[in-house]
Design a protein around this ligand. Structure first.
Ligand SMILES: [Zn+2]
Length: 341
């Protein structure tokens, strides 16, 4: 009885804030005056929906080696767990392994196909995509010249994840883009996290752990949200998560030290932008789903209150864990200040 009334109140609150004109005016004003608000809204237009494409899901499942993946999951799951909810955690761990070890390749510089090495490749400029490259949502093209054979090579940065299934190469942007689609193709709840200091990764909602879990495909990392600020010693300001059910500021999960000033937008305005976009994304859901998602959001917020840290397990790096980022060349990592020094 109490629970039903509580649910009614939550849903009524959701509906009343949606029709609030003053709030719409505040948002419109922010979009005119604040660059970061504009960026979040722009990102949400692509990232909240792009991965929920069933045609793409079929192509992903046809391309990956499902026999191998499920065989490997079954091996580890049989031995270690007997909880069905836990199965998807094992699946995500295997997908991370498969993706990094068997499928996708990191690219510092593209190989010179004549010399068979990237050793003599020098970046000579960034160009716009040509007609062929633009077909696959290509942001920009890095142009390299091999100093050994003098041949020029183009390295297009594709945003079309289906094209990435074919090229199977990239840096964190390409890795995270395709891996988010892969998680969704397996019917898992996943979201795309964008960090203002030039890194991206995924989160997956674990039905077993009943919370969002950090997943970084470049690092084959599962549930290690501290790696950026602690292991890499990376300084960060904002981390924003996008999926079809919402836009969320998840900075508190990742920025455990080396906090950069958060001065791109007023904190209340940032919350307003996130909650406004979230409500828009949920406007066609039924009452039960609105309530379920509200409960999930509340639980996530509780994770970050100071009182919660002693109740839930606090995840910290193990003593024997490596320092610094795994993916990328030493020079590139040092330049990005992600080498742990
Ligand atoms: Zn060459």
């Amino acid at each position: 009885m109490f629970l039903k009334r509580y649910k009614d109140i939550i849903i009524a609150k959701f509906q009343s804030t949606r029709e609030n004109n003053r709030e719409v005016n505040r948002i419109n004003n922010l979009l005119r005056t604040n660059q970061f608000a504009k960026e979040i809204v722009g990102n949400s237009r692509r990232l909240c929906h792009v991965y929920d494409n069933s045609e793409w899901h079929s192509i992903v499942l046809e391309t990956l080696d499902l026999d191998l993946i499920y065989q490997n999951v079954d091996k580890t799951f049989k031995n270690r767990g007997d909880n069905d909810d836990e199965y998807s955690d094992y699946l995500v761990k295997e997908l991370l392994r498969y993706f990094k070890r068997d499928f996708f390749k990191w690219c510092n510089k593209p190989e010179c196909k004549r010399c068979g090495t990237d050793e003599f490749q020098n970046l000579t400029g960034i160009q716009r995509a040509n007609n062929e490259e633009s077909k696959f949502d290509c942001g920009s093209v890095e142009v390299y010249r091999c100093s050994h054979c003098n041949q020029e090579w183009r390295y297009p940065r594709y945003n079309d994840p289906i094209k990435l299934l074919e090229t199977r190469t990239g840096r964190c942007g390409e890795w995270c883009n395709l891996f988010t689609l892969i998680l969704k193709s397996f019917g898992l709840k996943a979201r795309y996290v964008s960090n203002k200091e030039d890194h991206v990764w995924c989160e997956y909602y674990s039905p077993h752990l009943k919370r969002w879990v950090h997943v970084d495909s470049c690092e084959q990392s599962f549930d290690q949200p501290y790696i950026y600020s602690k292991n890499w010693n990376k300084s960060m300001s904002y981390c924003i998560a996008y999926d079809k059910d919402g836009v969320t500021d998840v900075s508190k999960r990742y920025i455990l030290q080396n906090q950069l000033p958060r001065n791109l937008i007023d904190e209340n305005d940032l919350q307003l932008v996130c909650s406004f976009l979230t409500r828009e994304l949920r406007k066609n859901l039924d009452r039960d789903d609105i309530y379920k998602l509200w409960c999930r959001d509340e639980q996530e917020r509780l994770e970050w209150t100071p009182q919660a840290t002693h109740k839930t397990e606090t995840i910290t790096p193990a003593d024997n864990e490596h320092k610094g980022r795994i993916s990328g060349s030493a020079e590139w990592k040092a330049q990005r200040r992600e080498d742990g020094s």
